[in-house]
Ligand binder design. Sequence first.
Ligand code: R1P
Length: 274
Amino acid sequence: MDYEKIQNAASFLKKRYQKQPIIGLILGSGLGVLGDEIEEAVKIPYNEIPDFPISTVEGHAGQLVFGLLNGVQVVAMQGRFHYYEGYSFDKVTFPVRVMKDLGIQQLIVTNAAGGVNESYSPGDLMLISDHINNMGSNPLIGPNDSRMGVRFPDMSEAYSANLRKLAKEIASKINMKVQEGVYVGNTGPTYETPAEVRMIRKLGGDAVGMSTVPEVIVARHAGMSVLGISCISNMAAGILDQPLNHEEVIETTEKVKASFLQYVKAIVAELGSR
Ligand code: R1P
């Protein structure tokens, strides 16, 4: 990862937006709508930011949105990058490095995921307690630049226990049911086979998707605290007798939009007040 490129992108953004965002958000498939809730928004398309990749997947608008969410200064990625798009892990995680350089210490990562745990239902929100990297590689492979983090980062609390506790308290305060479980990151772009889903369940996975893991590894390497929220957009293959498709993923996120927005906004307000 090229430190100068990160600094260059960050200084470009600092010129375009002079206030200090304190929370970073990565919005998953169909969840970009949260970015539209940001007030006094300054939207910067990815193609204007030096060295930023561009979004190629439906449901990922492709811009950074700076501004106020529930009165808290945030920056949101309306659209993330996936390994299956052909981007290297360096590219996939570049925005996380840039956010760190912008001064972000707390990162809220969201995604649309398939439910592996059979007690889940489509539309459930799941706090990510931990993940399994099933992507066959790691974004930190290569020389370690100690300005960005240590060679061997601890991953015993990839998803902050404190932030999860706070998120659970908020869920009960606003009377919202949330699940809590392990996210398994695969490369995609194929959805999993029923046999793979059975394997994932045996390995301890509760939800499965094609993102998040590289971003969280890099965020932890960079010393950021992470809260992860999956929207269970469908049940993973083999659980229900029906094929999977991305349209359904987007449709489900559309249906849970109101509760997703309410929940994340409440979390952001609480974090901003501390
Ligand atoms: C598949 O429908 C897409 O939805 C999920 C998967 O990872 C895949 O990209 O998207 P996000 O993880 O970006 O939410």
